[in-house]
Design a protein around this ligand. Structure first.
Ligand code: NDP
Length: 258
C-alpha cells in the first residue's frame, strides 16, 4: 500500500536538536514539534534554552523540555544524554545542528579558532552520534541528521577551516550510514545555503555581500529558516526510511548552478 502523509508524522517520537535555543535550530525544533514529536531544546545557556522550550510548547501544544551541555565536551555529552534518556526514554531523532563560524585570512587563522571550529562543528557530531546511536541500535531504529552547509561543496575566502568541518560532516554522515544502516538507523545531512541568523548577522548587514547572496542564489533571496523544516521532517520520519548517507542541499539552487 502507498503510505500517505502519515509517513511524515512524528507522533510518539522524541527528538533532540542541538543548538536549538536560537537561529536555525530554534525553527527546526518547532518544525519537529509541529509534526508531532516530543522535542528537546538544547544550548549552552540554560535560561535561554528553557525560554525557547516554553515558546515552542506554547506555539505547538507539544511536550517540550530543555537541556544544556557543551557539545565540545565528550563527558558532558555522555552525561547530558544519559540524564535525558533516564528522564524521557531513548531518543528517536538526533539533529546535530550546534555550530559556530570563525573568519580570517588563512595566514592569520589562530590555533584557538581552528580548534573551536573542529570541536563545535565536527567533534560534537561524532560525540553525539556515538552516544545516541547506542540506544538506537538496541531498538533497531533511529534517525540522525547533521546540519552541514553549502560550504561543504563551495569554498569562499576566509572560511577554509569552517568549510573543512562541513566537508567532513558529509563523510561522517556516510560513515554513520555504513555502521548503522544494518541496525535500521538512517543518517543523513541537510546542507543549508545562506540564512539570516545571529551566525550570519555581519554578512546580512554587509549590503554588498547580502546582494551577492541574492544574486548567487537562483531563488534570488536569502533562506528563511522555515525553508529547512520540510527537509528535516522528511529525514526525521518514516518517509525517508530508504534514504541513507545522503546530503540534501536546501540552498535555493545555489550549488546546482555556477
Ligand atoms: P546560531 O549562532 O544562530 O545558533 C547556534 C546555536 O548553537 C545556539 O543555540 C548555541 O547555543 C549553540 N551552540 C554553539 N556552540 C555550542 C556549544 N559548544 N555547545 C552547545 N551549544 C552550542 O547559528 P545558526 O542557527 O545560524 O546555525 C546553526 C547550524 O547551521 C550551524 O551548524 C551552522 O554551521 C549551520 N549553517 C548555518 C547557515 C546560516 O546561513 N546561518 C548556513 C549553513 C549552515 P548558545 O547560544 O547557548 O551557545
Amino acid at each position: 500500500m502507498i503510505p500517505g502523509l502519515g509517513a511524515f508524522s512524528l507522533e510518539g517520537k522524541t527528538a533532540l536538536v542541538t543548538g536549538s535555543s536560537q537561529g536555525i535550530g530554534r525553527t527546526l525544533v518547532e518544525g519537529l514539534a509541529a509534526a508531532g514529536a516530543s522535542v528537546v531544546v538544547h544550548g549552552r545557556d540554560a535560561a535561554k534554552a528553557a525560554r525557547a522550550a516554553a515558546e515552542v510548547a506554547e506555539a505547538t501544544g507539544v511536550q517540550t523540555r530543555s537541556v544544556t551541555f557543551d557539545v565540545t565536551d565528550p563527558a558532558a555529552v555522555d552525561a547530558g544524554i544519559a540524564a535525558l534518556e533516564a528522564e524521557s526514554g531513548p531518543l528517536d531523532v538526533l539533529v546535530n545542528n550546534a555550530g559556530i563560524q570563525r573568519r580570517a585570512p588563512i595566514g592569520e587563522f589562530s590555533d584557538a579558532d581552528w580548534d573551536d571550529l573542529l570541536a563545535t562543528n565536527l567533534s560534537s557530531a561524532f560525540y553525539l552520534a556515538r552516544r545516541v546511536s547506542r540506544g538506537m541500535v538496541e531498538r533497531g531504529s533511529g534517525k540522525i541528521i547533521q546540519i552541514g552547509s553549502v560550504q561543504s561543496q563551495l569554498a569562499r575566502p576566509g572560511i577554509a577551516p569552517y568549510s573543512a568541518t562541513k566537508g567532513a560532516i558529509v563523510m561522517l554522515t556516510k560513515g554513520l550510514c555504513a555502521d548503522l544502516a544494518p541496525h535500521g538507523i538512517q543518517a543523513n545531512a541537510i546542507a543549508p545555503g545562506y540564512f539570516a541568523t545571529e551566525l550570519t548577522q555581519a554578512l546580512v548587514r554587509d549590503e554588498q555581500f547580502s546582494s551577492w547572496v541574492r544574486g548567487r542564489t537562483p531563488a534570488g533571496r536569502w533562506g528563511d529558516t522555515q525553508d529547512l523544516v520540510g527537509a528535516l521532517v522528511f529525514l526525521a520520519s518514516a518517509a525517508s526510511d530508504f534514504v541513507n548517507g545522503q546530503t540534501l542541499f536546501v540552498d535555493g539552487g545555489m550549488t546546482a548552478v555556477v
